[in-house]
Design a binder for this molecule. Sequence first.
Ligand code: MG
Length: 292
Amino acid sequence: MPPYLAENHQTVTAFLEKIDPKQFRFPFDFEAIHSYLDSLAPGDKMIKAALDIALHDLWAKIEEQPLWKLLGTDPTSIGPSACTLGIADPEVLKKKVAEAADFINLKVKLGSSNDRLLIETIRQHTDKPLFVDVNGGWTDREFALDMSFWLQEQGVVFLEQPFEKTRLEDLAWLNERSPLPVFADESCQVLADVEKLKGLVSGINIKLMKCGGIYQGLQLFQAAQKAGLQTLLGCMTETSCATFAALSIADRSNYVDIDGPWMLAEQPFRTPSLNKGIIQLAAGKGLGLENN
Ligand code: MG
């Protein structure tokens, strides 16, 4: 589990022990279930996401439908997933760009001392649109602003989390001046954060592990739309099952960054699949996961 969310096997076990199953009259009343889970503890989002995903899967299996269909998702409206290249030296980058040949958009992690060199290296090998994620790695406003103009010239689409997560004022300062839309990732975790970020940034990165699952993810998409924020659906270092659960609501997102499962040496599931960067939702019941 990503360390910054502060959950581990002990916290997960402790949370599960607090749950009294008798509290559930109906297992698929997600609003009631989440309000009960939140009454036990405000955080613990990853274990809440695990419960939420399992119940959504069960619900769709009982209904004998793919989950995405029950949720009214339009598979033809899901954008192509980006492929994350990570921070790497020029030789490794060349190899990574070649490996990502199937993807339409690439995502680059910046925030090191050679940001320009990384972009220039990528541009020697491809002219694909780039999503840039700084993971809070920049500290200087003026530097970030200069970079944003330069990155726009380099074919970058948006700039994610340029400053550390608590620096909302700096995110807003940059978003107002930058030719690139500024997206919040670490600064935007739960529903209440959308209200805080309204008018400050141009978009938010929604991840099931941050917000507590599919039900909460849908609420975030609705809130973002109401607040005039663009959306990016992302994933973490998490199970393929968790990432594929996010795909069931992916049509709500302006951008998709769901490449995690395809980075694994051994992907456990055959479906859903990825064809030239385009995600093909599974036809099977529930999450539709079929073992490889
Ligand atoms: Mg990010």
